[in-house]
Design a protein around this ligand. Structure first.
Ligand code: NAD
Length: 271
């Protein structure tokens, strides 16, 4: 169902790898809601994923950019502006996460520090870089909206989430600091959404993922939020209905973050 919530708005969506990606679902919903978008992902994802298929479906373009590279981000914004006939943009989705330590199965007590820095650079500093370049190029319209995706491991210990926990804590902190700055300077809002475990490529890379997916589902009164539901929430944050929501980490998790135990878990653990 479309409400035309993003009619006349233009935006950049990072991180669509395949149809499971939160970014993929968001791109589809944004266009349904009347937005014009461009897609971007790391050059390596062009080979691995199906982003060109999505671009064809949505009648738009893909601009490859490694989100850790300032030059790539500048080029992304320049090309996006060209695509939009010289117009500025109204929203950015940062949907990027990767930890080489997680990928290579390193234990938290045996992390490789070069990988650690890469995790933080890719998963958190890239959020800062995207906003810093956007501000310098003055590419965001007033009352624009920037959204990043986080996970509750920023606040709670999850053994196998590893250095991504620190990356998400940094990401959420950047949303507050840059949110304050962009709010004052440009009336642009910045938020992170802390999403339920979601079966995507990034999610399934975490060892024991299916267990904490099931656990979260059993603890959450409304059940886990899907990628599609996350996309719906992101659309509201890009829309004019949330103009004064900023510098927040917003839990989108079916109630998980404020639950202690549930009847379903009591029943399961009583067996
Ligand atoms: N899946 C979950 O359980 C879950 C839960 C909460 C938050 N998140 C967050 O949601 C976001 C999107 O992840 P997803 O679950 O849709 O998985 P996904 O694997 O579909 O998306 C992650 C994306 O990051 C991109 N990426 C990696 N390195 C990059 C780089 N250097 N430059 C640009 N892009 C790069 C990948 O190509 C991929 O498209 C991530 O920030 C993730 O941490 C995921």
């Amino acid at each position: 169902m479309s409400y035309n919530l993003l009619k006349g708005k233009r935006g950049i969506i990072t991180g669509a790898l395949d149809e499971n990606s939160i970014a993929w679902q968001t791109a589809v919903r944004a266009v349904e809601e009347g937005a014009e978008i461009v897609l971007t992902n790391a050059p390596v994802a062009m080979r691995m994923g199906k982003i060109q298929e999505l671009a064809d479906q949505l009648n738009t373009i893909v601009i490859p950019a490694d989100a850790t590279s300032l030059e790539d981000i500048e080029n992304l914004y320049k090309k996006a502006q060209e695509h939009f006939g010289g117009e500025n943009i109204d929203f950015i989705l940062h949907s990027i996460g990767m930890s080489p330590n997680v990928r290579k199965g390193r234990e938290y007590g045996d992390l490789n520090y070069d990988y650690y820095q890469k995790s933080i650079d890719i998963s958190a500093l890239s959020f800062h870089k995207m906003m810093q370049v956007a501000e310098k190029m003055d590419i965001l319209n007033e009352w624009g909206s920037v959204v990043g995706l986080s996970y509750i491991a920023a606040q709670r210990a999850y053994p196998d989430y590893s250095d991504m926990s620190q990356a998400k804590a940094v990401l959420e902190s950047i949303a507050r600091s840059f949110g304050q700055r962009l709010g004052e300077n440009k009336k642009v809002r910045v938020n992170t959404i802390s999403q339920s475990p979601t079966p995507t490529t990034a999610g399934q890379g975490i060892s024991g993922f299916n267990v904490f997916l099931d656990y979260a589902d059993m603890l959450s009164p409304l059940g886990n939020a899907t990628a599609g539901e996350c996309a719906d929430y992101i659309i509201t944050l890009f829309s004019d209905l949330t103009k004064k929501v900023t510098m927040q980490n917003l839990f989108h998790d079916g109630g998980f973050s404020t639950s202690g135990i549930s009847h379903a878990l009591v029943e399961r653990l009583s067996k």
